[in-house]
Design a protein around this ligand. Structure first.
Ligand code: FPP
Length: 226
């Protein structure tokens, strides 16, 4: 049985779910947040230590302003209403990505990170305004600026995921098979699961099913299986 320490998720399909069920993409994002809550709970039960959620990519700025505003409002409300409870549950929140939002949201994010920084049960890494290509280029620029020798150890110290172990498994819901500029370096040896269900329909049972599949896989990290 493989140990499972870190699960990363591309939560795709909110927009399609919303249009199909409520005639509104934003209703899909609202429903998607309920799935986020379920998956956090289940991750704790499964003794997972890191849960990385792709909530907003550097490319998502191309969406209509109305949808972007809705998403950030949802995030603000989530932080305002839920951070005390997450803190009580010993959950640590870490943002990966560039905090380049409204002053209010930037402050809420910083406060949430600070408040929960010593928590140990589960670390939620929320990818917000995150793009893997930007992260890589930025890290190479810092390597050059500091005259560091080019090697893996020196490069990854400049990543936004510094101190976060690489994901063991990646789940992408929404019946789409691509990585969308998400953790391109860090996923080098992750086991990848593409799930047909749209994110708001994804539930604990589906999650456990994928986890059990992962646990039974033979992982050889480039070696050979005897
Ligand atoms: C991708 O679905 C989803 C997003 C861009 C946003 C994810 C946001 C949430 C799950 C809710 C908010 C979360 C937090 C933590 C506050 P899509 O809109 O690209 O779906 P589509 O492929 O059907 O268009």
């Amino acid at each position: 049985m493989n140990p499972l320490n870190h699960v990363a998720i591309i939560m795709d399909g909110n927009g399609r779910w919303g249009l199909k069920n409520k005639n509104s993409r934003n209703a899909g994002h609202k429903a998607g947040l309920l799935t986020v809550e379920k998956i956090i709970k289940s991750s704790i039960k499964q003794k997972i230590k890191h849960l990385t959620l792709y909530a907003f990519s550097t490319e998502n700025w191309r969406r209509p302003k109305k949808e972007i505003n809705f998403l950030f409002n949802l995030l603000e409300q989530f932080l305002i209403n839920r951070i005390d409870d997450l803190h009580k549950q010993n959950i640590k929140l870490k943002i990966i990505g560039v905090k380049d939002f409204s002053l209010k949201l930037n402050n809420l994010l910083k406060l949430a990170e600070k408040k929960t920084s010593k928590n140990k049960l589960l670390q939620i890494n929320l990818a917000l305004n995150y793009g893997s290509k930007f992260e890589l280029i930025n890290a190479f620029k810092l390597l050059r600026k500091n005259n560091d020798k080019i090697n893996e150890k020196n490069l990854i110290k400049y990543f936004q995921t510094k101190n976060i172990p690489d994901p063991d498994m990646l789940i992408r819901t929404g019946d789409t098979k691509r990585l969308s500029n998400f953790l391109l370096w860090q996923l080098a040896y992750a086991e990848i699961f593409f799930e047909k269900k749209l994110w708001p329909d994804f539930n604990e049972k589906d999650y456990i099913k994928l986890i059990n599949k992962f646990k039974k896989l033979k992982r050889n990290f480039g070696n050979i299986n005897e």
